[in-house]
Ligand binder design. Sequence first.
Ligand code: AMP
Length: 300
Amino acid sequence: MSILVVGSVAFDTVETPSGKRERALGGSATFFSFSASFFHPVNLVAVVGEDFPKENFGLLSSHGIDTRGLKVLPGKTFHWQGSYSNDMNEATTHSTCLNVFEQFRPEIIEEYRGSEYVFLANIDPDLQMEVLRQIKKPKLVACDTMNFWIEGKREALLRLFKMVDIVVLNEGEARQLTGQPNLMRAARMIRNWGPEQVVIKKGEHGALLFGADSVFISPAYPMETIVDPTGAGDTFAGGFMGYLAREGKADWKTMRRAVVYGSVMASFNVEDFSLDRMKTLSKPEINARYREFVEFAHFA
Ligand code: AMP
């Protein structure tokens, strides 16, 4: 059974200390799908404008991503502009042009309604909820969000949290959402709003998984140069959900491994702009880096 993802498919204009890319392929659902598809087939639900190049459909399909749910509407594709300075963990947003997302009403095609694994990537929480209502009986639902929606749609977001199993967000978002500087307390607050598990990503410092009475700490891959961190969070989520879907279970041990696979995938994505590194990535490279993680995080 495929993973269903809804989120943004975008053009990103990004500037980092390594350079600048204009209108490169990006978006939360794009990064998620590409990463998850290394583990399991993915059904993509999103919208683009008429300016979206046809080759991008081919690129996604060639990677096992079903694009029947990727709608083309009259108008322009979502465009995000951001930059990173020395702190690569935090993007500064310069503009968010929702464009075709403003009139997007997701309709899930019949073939996708039975999806067991659902990832609600970063988009308007009302749209995330609209998608979830159309899925018959999901086994596992996870969601992400960002400061833009925490500021503008907090109530909708909290309603959504009641309907999901896992919330995945970065440390800045966890603090902004809860008003709690301490991440243990922030995670407990979020879990009290509904989700069974919370994953808090800490960029170059790894990720934390919180369950009912356990915490798991995953390191990040030690890297000297991060070319572009855009999409790292979505790529992490893709590895995490992709692994869970492939294994077909979500017990604590499997979740811990899934967090490490998420970290592995994110570490590749930041090696280049847009999807450039992911396009050349191979499964043996993923497995080799996973073994490195096991090696450098192991102690008796
Ligand atoms: P991240 O994984 O957090 O680095 O996500 C980066 C991606 O999020 C970029 O490719 C953007 O196109 C996308 N994005 C930025 N702002 C928004 C937004 N408000 N809603 C949906 N997607 C967004």
